[in-house]
Design a protein around this ligand. Structure first.
Ligand code: GLV
Ligand code: MG
Length: 347
């Protein structure tokens, strides 16, 4: 374990100072693009104002013979566009792949000053973060990158889930983590071929009333345990938790339900793999206007955050003040970006 006084020191001479706090950014959806496809790159200027984060995907879903084209396409789209307040991320290939070294070195060399976050797949433990952390510091120094490039881990192996707390606290470069339900299902030996979401056979059967009639069956959330564990690890470390992909583009309702569970449990956003999921994530990961109005009443009713008051028959105290502040703080960030929603919030 590194000494606390060493933790925030740059890992290479000339690398930018590590951040003590994460930048406050709205990241309701991380929108995935396959950068080897020219038609997709051409959509980037239109996409920038519509999403919170654009991610150029270099890993799974990119064919092996297109890996270099995807990397080159990402560098091109990073260079050719002004992203403003929209985040620019890339998902690199995993650390034992033949492509990852060039992914990291070429991207930092070419567009290190535009890149906000590197998403690292299949993180097994803090050692994966230490490696990328050190390499990024060397490259930042070498190519005069001005602000630290952050790391976002995908939690998608059984070993990674076991080590989630150590991953979350491995470096000041940690931005957050996403659940990767497809790889995680495979790694754990779960018996599902779906990418995220529920499974009709995973649930609870209501008690029998002895009549032999049809008993109710309630489907349960396969991901509840892991999302909750990830949220605890991330929140304790001061970083952000995200739900990952929802693969059934034909079932927008199920996507919304899965995203909403993640939001309510503490996640900041989810991936959008298809344009139809952007609006869902935008709505779900922005607090509900009625909740925001109620939260603002709690904050007004308890100006110094202590004591107890009744609002609409509901007891409020220091703890509910803190809950209200979570919602109101997020609402203010959403309102800043989105004037229509600001109006709905009364902000
Ligand atoms: C995402 O990468 C997943 O494996 O679900
Ligand atoms: Mg994966």
């Amino acid at each position: 374990m590194k000494l606390p006084r060493q933790f925030f020191k740059p890992l290479a001479i000339g690398a930018p100072e590590p951040l003590k706090e994460l930048p406050v950014n709205l990241e309701r959806m991380i929108h995935f693009l396959p950068p080897h496809i020219e038609k997709m790159r051409a959509k980037v200027p239109d996409m920038i104002p519509k999403v919170d984060v654009i991610l150029g995907n270099l890993e799974d879903a990119i064919p092996a013979d297109q890996k270099q084209a995807a990397r080159a396409g990402f560098i091109e789209m990073a260079r050719d566009n002004d992203f403003g307040s929209t985040g620019l991320w890339t998902r690199i290939n995993c650390l034992n792949s033949p492509w990852v070294f060039d992914d990291i070195t070429e991207i930092v060399r070419e567009v290190g000053n535009k890149l906000d976050v590197i998403m690292l797949p299949k993180v097994e433990g803090p050692w994966d973060i230490y490696y990328l952390d050190q390499l990024l510091a060397q490259l930042e120094a070498r190519y005069e990158v001005k602000k630290p490039i952050l790391i976002h881990a995908i939690l998608e192996t059984a070993e990674g889930v076991n080590n989630v707390v150590d991953i979350a606290t491995a470096s000041p470069r940690m931005h957050g983590m996403s659940l990767g339900p497809a790889d995680l299902a495979a790694s754990r030996g779960m018996k599902t071929t779906r990418v995220g979401g529920g499974h009709p056979a995973y649930g609870i059967l209501a008690d029998s009333d002895g009549s032999q009639g049809k008993r109710d069956f309630y489907q349960q959330d396969l991901w509840h345990f892991t999302v909750a564990k990830m949220v605890d690890a991330c929140s304790a470390a001061g970083i952000k938790a995200f739900y990952g992909p929802f693969g059934d583009f034909s079932d927008l309702e199920a996507c919304e339900a899965q995203f909403r569970n993640a939001f309510l449990l503490g996640c900041a956003g989810a991936w959008s793999l298809h344009p139809s999921q952007i609006g869902i994530a935008k709505t779900v990961f922005s607090p509900d206007p009625d909740e925001v109005k109620f939260a603002l009443r709690i904050l007004e009713g308890m100006p110094d955050g202590t004591g107890a008051v009744m609002i609409d028959g509901k007891m409020q105290d220091d703890a509910t003040w803190k809950q209200a502040k979570v919602i109101a703080d997020l609402a203010r960030i959403v309102a800043e970006k989105d004037p229509d929603t600001a109006e709905k919030y009364g902000l």
